[in-house]
Design a protein around this ligand. Structure first.
Ligand code: GRG
Length: 294
């Protein structure tokens, strides 16, 4: 386990350094915008998505350096989605990653623009990905564009908004989180695998792993929301979240939500069949996420 913790910490440090190098400095004008982008990006996130990209690249026999642009791109997209998700017109959150949200510090207009700039930067960084024999650079760009677009992240957010205040069925909840959480986790893994020129069979296995891991991650996130104090989580519920948001424990009950997380993690592990030993790091990460208490 300490080996895994070291691995996660080392990869997160590498991603932070790469993000720092990719991003315009605070001194570049408009400095207020670059300050806000860096405020949200370097706020202590776990860097799970970029670490998954790097680990998938390694599992497919690639070099982590070749996966770094994709790793940075998925974290930029993730951070944009959090900045926009926290806005008063969305979840209306005051805290994120244990600190005041972007709009609380910089104002709402600036937070909208900060999210826009982070999203745009994601594609600029991703365009630095080296093509491989199977995947031209445009395949990487298309992968992330589909994930960020109207059928995945943004579409999922729309389903979420439309579901507010309604009693959602399990299938509806799953549809939202397939489009939001699972889609970006899956793309993180796929982009890493593509940077390693993964065979179609391995890419398919990675996709199934990501789908199940992504859903498991969301179930666990919802469970932690219930079982931990909001203070320890470093976030506050949106102003009316408690009454209006459907969560896995609310829909399934806490015990069944725990069983669901374990079942999804098992399915994620099963998907890694074609990887033998090279999939061990991904298996370790999946097991670790199931047991996480943060
Ligand atoms: C485009 C507004 C807009 C939204 C897109 C993905 C998404 C839809 C919104 C993200 C908001 C959100 C809270 C999604 C749930 C996924 C989730 C559990 C996010 C937290 O991820 P962690 O725990 O966060 O990896 P850190 O802070 O560690 O990066």
């Amino acid at each position: 386990m300490s080996d895994l913790k070291d691995y996660l910490a080392d990869r997160a440090t590498e991603v932070d350094a790469a993000l720092d190098a990719f991003l315009p400095s605070k001194r570049q004008r408009p400095s207020s915008l670059h300050d806000a982008m860096r405020y949200s990006l370097f706020a202590g996130g776990k860097r799970l998505r970029p670490v998954l990209a790097l680990a998938a690249a390694e599992a497919c026999g690639g070099e982590k350096e070749d996966a770094l642009p994709a790793a940075c791109a998925v974290e930029l997209m993730h951070t944009y989605s959090l900045v926009h998700d926290d806005l008063p017109s969305m979840d209306d959150d005051d805290l994120r990653r244990g600190r005041p949200t972007c709009h609380k510090v910089y104002g709402e207009g600036m937070a909208v623009l900060t999210g826009d700039a982070l999203l745009t930067e994601a594609f600029l960084v991703l365009s630095e990905t080296k093509p491989t024999p199977r995947y031209p650079t445009s395949a990487f760009i298309a992968e992330l564009a589909i994930t960020g677009g109207s059928t995945r992240l943004i579409g999922g957010q729309v389903l979420d908004l439309e579901g507010e205040g309604r009693d959602l069925k399990k299938a509806e909840l799953v549809r939202i989180h397939e489009a939001k959480t699972a889609a970006l986790l899956t793309s993180s893994l796929r982009l890493g695998a593509m940077s390693a020129n993964a065979t179609p069979a391995k890419l398919e296995a990675i996709t199934s792993f990501g789908y199940h891991l992504g859903l498991a991650f969301q179930v666990i996130d919802d469970i932690l929301d219930v079982t931990q104090t909001t203070e320890k989580l470093g976030k506050t519920a949106g102003k009316d979240e408690a009454v209006s948001k459907a969560t896995y424990p609310a829909v399934l009950g806490l015990e069944n939500a725990r069983k669901e997380a374990a079942k999804l993690t098992r399915k994620a592990m099963e998907a890694l069949g074609p990887f033998k030993k090279s999939g061990d790091r991904l298996r370790q990460i999946a097991a670790y996420l199931l047991e996480r208490d943060y």
